[in-house]
Write a protein of this length. Structure first.
Lengths: 172, 281
């Protein structure tokens, strides 16, 4: 059983707050018809991959809750979404015996953005009478599906890999 | 209780908690209002976040505008460079056209002058231009683009708008050879337009002619204009030939000798008139 340390808790809270702070700082620049970044999602996936435990579930849920709180959504929408994502990451991490977990992370990320886009599309089209703005077929949405994984690679995956190598050494 | 079971329990607990939140549509504001200290803290946090956000937005806008400005400047510079290149080409084109127009204007002026000559003359004439030869001091023949087909005959006078140029010596179907007034074998009967003294102007080579067969004591002065006499009805009457430049009288000699400057512009010969001597208008 994985122990849940104070260090992990501090790190989780810091990441959740930092991601939401960044998200709320940059969100005024975004619009449903523009490329959309989801920093809390990136943090949730990263943290759940790093520490696949119950703590990661709590961390994902907390991150989502903060997101709801900051964005003014009904409490629970993003919390539920991030909880499910965290659970999936942990579950797949245990079930799939793969050397590199990155493709799974990316797949989950893209899937989330796609589902989010679909929901957003359905919501938006009620007001826009199914116009071309927004929605899963707009170039901005497709760009979002690219920019989120790329940001994940740059902000989380590569730095983590470098740290891991530094810790383990180059071998030989 | 295993880790997995705990996790699953926590998951479902949080899942239903979230669902309950969604279903009851509790907004963050409601929670904050329910707990005043939390609301106060959140207010402060929002204030700080808003300040940071505003500052960040301004910085971001500044950065964005400066980057955009840089690209716009580069784009404008490139456009201006292209515009400059285009204008330079335009200037070159216009300069070329101007030169052409100036040439055309000069040509037009000369043709108009030649036309006036043509109208003034009693004889039929045919216009022509030089197609060969070199009217230089060392070459005293030129080729013109009219010949037998145009009615040109041997010994027909050739004029420009200023004076007598020469006469036709050889005629072919479509072109003719003209001997210039400066050729030593050329001679034309002239009269001094001021004093009426008659004489013969002969070619002296280079750019000069001489006035010959004038008795030494006759009234001929430098600057006198010599015109054709029209006696032989070969040349039109009173057409300028040249001006007297210098007179030389040797002691005991019967005739004087005068240097004559032809009026025809040999250095700029282009368009000419051939006088069809035997046919009057």
């Amino acid at each position: 059983m994985m122990r849940w340390s104070w260090r992990q808790t501090t790190l989780a809270l810091f990441m959740a707050l930092a991601a939401n702070g960044l998200q709320s700082l940059l969100s005024p620049m975004w619009h449903y018809s523009r490329p959309f970044m989801d920093f809390p999602l990136l943090v949730t996936i990263f943290y759940a991959s790093l520490y696949p435990s119950t703590g990661a579930l709590l961390m994902g849920w907390t991150t989502g809750l903060f997101q709801d709180l900051f964005s003014g959504n009904a409490l629970g929408v993003n919390a539920l979404a991030k909880l499910v994502v965290a659970y999936l990451v942990i579950y797949l991490n245990e079930k799939l015996e793969v050397q590199d977990f990155l493709p799974v992370q990316i797949a989950l990320l893209v899937l989330y953005v796609a589902i989010d886009g679909c929901i957003g599309y359905l919501g938006v089209t009620q007001f826009l009478q199914k116009t071309w703005q927004g929605g899963i077929f707009s170039p901005n949405f497709l760009f979002s599906m690219l920019i989120n994984p790329l940001t994940y690679l740059v902000l989380f995956h590569f730095p983590a890999r470098r740290m891991r190598r530094k810790t383990l050494g180059t071998g030989g | 209780m295993g880790e997995k079971r705990i996790r699953l329990t926590v998951f479902f607990f949080l899942f239903f908690l979230s669902l309950a939140g969604i279903m009851s549509d509790i907004k963050g504001e409601a929670i904050l209002k329910a707990f005043p200290p939390l609301e106060w803290t959140a207010g402060k946090v929002y204030l700080i976040a808003d300040t940071i956000k505003e500052r960040g937005r301004q910085e971001f806008e500044h950065l964005y505008l400066s980057i955009k400005g840089h690209f716009v400047s580069a784009k404008r510079l490139r456009e201006e460079s292209l515009e400059k290149e285009r204008l330079q080409k335009r200037v070159q084109e216009l300069t070329r056209r101007l030169v052409l127009y100036q040439e055309a204007y000069k040509e037009n002026e000369r043709l108009k002058a030649l036309l006036k000559v043509k109208e003034r003359l009693e004889y039929k004439t045919v216009g022509t231009y030089v197609i060969g030869g070199n009217p230089s001091p060392w070459s005293n023949t030129i080729l013109i683009n009219v010949g037998r087909k145009d009615g040109v005959a041997k010994d027909d006078p050739v004029l420009d708008e200023y004076g007598v140029v020469g006469k036709v010596t050889e005629v072919y179907d479509e072109w003719s050879k003209v001997i210039l007034i400066t050729d030593p074998s050329f001679a034309v009967h002239v009269v001094d337009s001021r004093s009426g003294v008659i004489g013969i102007v002969k070619g002296a080579g280079k750019e000069w002619c001489t006035l010959e067969y004038v008795v030494a004591d006759r009234d001929v002065k430098p600057g006198d204009l010599l015109v054709t006499s029209g006696i032989a009805r070969l040349y039109p009457k009173a057409y300028p030939v040249g001006t007297v430049e210098e007179i030389r009288k040797e002691p005991g000699a019967l005739f004087m000798k005068a240097r004559v400057k032809p009026l025809a512009r040999f250095s700029r010969i282009c368009y000419l008139l051939v006088v069809l001597s035997q046919r009057e208008k």
